[in-house]
Design a protein around this ligand. Structure first.
Ligand SMILES: O=P(O)(O)OC[C@H]1O[C@](O)(CO)[C@@H](O)[C@@H]1O
Length: 526
């Protein structure tokens, strides 16, 4: 039996607040620092590791965090979630995205079916469909093979799948599994759809309409935009479009699609990359086997999230260090900085995953909380970010905890030695240098050139970004967000904060406005 309590009512939280602050600059200097780098590391799945040597923690803080994990019943709450309790209290729903990639606990029955079986059945349908498209058994009306897949969706129906596609595009090309180019249309800005349509051969394109609710204004508008383009090209839209939606949505009942694949209300949009929301586009683009490898990586990392020992559970540890930084050290932001160009859109996906989940001021019972919750999250790949916002990270007045991600090998295999090192070595050298520069800073009489240091970071290090390690990385962050939500006593699985803007936009379009909203409408010529 789990009990849901606010963070500030937990004894271990008070204890954590009373622990001595760690002087990061001191502990990371000299041989001490070298020891920490070896010691403060937790294995992740797929040979990766979460290294937290450069976080402002020591054994006392870690002990206090372990007590907090226990008192907040994080392991039990995770078990309650994957065993099918109603964790999404706001919407009275189960939270089952883990089941799309494995069975972590009991059989979960809902809506009269075994949910793992349901997700497997949908994945099988996607696999069969993708195989037929690749084999030329499903073709356009002229009997020609489809060469391009275009996902139409927004938020969770876009960001995760898009980030995952970009993460594996070059890997798939290098490894001979690249089947179809994928494009994405998300914004209701007509220039988005127009630019994608202008860049493809519509006659040989399949469009995957993805909307769990089937009601999202942007997605339905873009669907019409695409249908219109297909009709103008003399093509029958129903031969070119498939749908990924929930069985209860209106889209599921339509005959306008070549095929329909289902998720359900128990898979939040931002947690849907491992459902057909990501599965359809990724299986079409890279082949179902690659998608299955991605799922296997996520499942292996999920298993680690079940571990009770905080020091063996990378997602829980990452989550609690984040809570310590947010609530005790009072740091308001966090940056995710992958030193991997393929993870270009990964921070954008995490922005939604994290901020839509934990950007809340009321607890899971709808009562205001008296402490800060989810941080502002942003990020860019390194080294690009170094030539952009790192100035503020090094010398600004805010201390922003950082999460680096790096790989020993690149994906494409091609590299060049310039001035004694490869590009990959230069990339890795930069991330190591940054960690130390942030932690230890630099003395200088000239204050303009002085670096205070004491800026905490962690790094996830992997061998190479592959389908498996990508799955593990995704699972790590999803579970981190979940554990933070549990610790803050939030419902991380609804998103009421996005509703008001939608309602007001509808009013503007219906010309039902007055006051300042009308004035803005007039200014924008609506
Ligand atoms: O898949 P749907 O139902 O179109 O929703 C898209 C996105 O819109 C949101 O509901 C926010 O408006 C997200 O949570 C979701 O990922």
């Amino acid at each position: 039996m789990v009990t849901w309590k606010n963070l500030d009512t937990l004894e271990s939280y008070q204890e954590l607040k009373n622990t001595a602050r760690v002087n990061l600059k001191e502990v990371m200097s000299g041989e001490n620092g070298a020891e920490r780098v070896k010691k403060y590391s937790v294995p992740m799945a797929e040979g990766m590791a979460y290294n937290y040597a450069a976080k402002a923690v020591d054994d006392q803080v870690l002990e206090a965090l372990a007590k907090l994990a226990k008192e907040a019943q994080l392991t039990e709450k995770f078990a309650a979630l994957y065993n099918g309790e109603v964790i999404n209290t706001g919407e009275k729903r189960l939270v089952l995205h883990h089941l799309t990639r494995g069975q972590l606990g009991d059989k979960v029955e809902a809506d009269g079916v075994d949910k793992r079986e349901f997700y497997l059945e949908q994945q099988k349908k996607v696999t069969e469909f993708a195989n037929k498209v690749h084999a030329g058994e499903i073709t356009n009306a002229a009997g020609e093979k489809f060469t391009t897949v275009v996902q139409i969706g927004i938020g969770g129906s876009d960001l995760g799948p898009r980030a995952m596609y970009l993460a594996l595009e070059n890997w798939a090309k290098k490894n001979g599994t690249f089947k179809m180019e994928a494009k994405f249309i998300s914004n209701v800005d007509p220039d988005d759809a127009a630019a994608v349509l202008a860049s493809i051969d519509v006659a040989h394109s399949l469009f995957v309409l993805v909307s769990k609710s089937g009601t999202t204004l942007e997605t339905l508008t873009n669907e019409s935009f695409v249908k219109d383009a297909l009709e103008k090209a003399g093509l029958d839209p129903s031969r070119h479009m498939l749908a990924v939606t929930s069985e209860t949505s209106l889209l599921a009942k339509s005959d306008d699609y070549l095929a329909a694949f289902f998720m359900d209300d128990y898979i939040g949009g931002r947690y849907s990359s491992t459902s057909p929301v990501g599965g359809a586009v990724l299986s079409l683009a890279f082949g179902p086997e690659v998608f299955e490898r991605f799922l296997a990586g996520a499942a292996a990392e999920d298993e680690l999230a079940k571990k009770e020992n905080l020091l063996e559970n990378p997602a829980m540890l990452d989550a609690l260090i984040g809570v310590y930084e947010r609530n005790v050290l009072e740091m308001g932001c966090t940056a995710v900085l992958p030193y991997s160009q393929a993870l270009n859109r990964f921070p954008a996906h995490l922005q939604q995953a994290d901020m839509e989940s934990n950007g809340k001021s009321v607890n899971r019972f709808g009562e205001p909380v008296n402490y800060v919750t989810g941080p502002v999250l942003f990020g860019e790949p390194g080294t690009n970010g170094q030539h952009s916002f790192y100035q503020l990270l090094h010398q600004g007045t805010n201390i922003v905890p950082l999460q680096f991600v790096g790989f020993k090998q690149n994906q494409c295999g091609s590299d060049v030695v310039i001035q004694g090192s490869t590009s990959q070595q230069k990339l890795c050298a930069n991330v190591a240098a940054q960690i130390m520069a942030f932690a230890c800073g630099k003395e200088d009489e000239n204050q303009n050139k002085y670096f205070a240091g004491g800026r905490p970071s962690s790094i996830i290090i992997g061998e190479q970004l592959t389908p498996e390690s990508l799955g593990a990385l995704l699972s790590h962050f999803e579970n981190k967000i979940m554990f933070q939500g549990f610790t803050w006593n939030l419902n991380s699985f609804d998103q009421e904060g996005v509703q008001l803007g939608k309602v007001l936009a509808k009013r503007v379009l219906a010309h039902e406005t007055d006051g300042a909203l009308k004035a803005y409408s007039d200014l924008l010529n609506i």
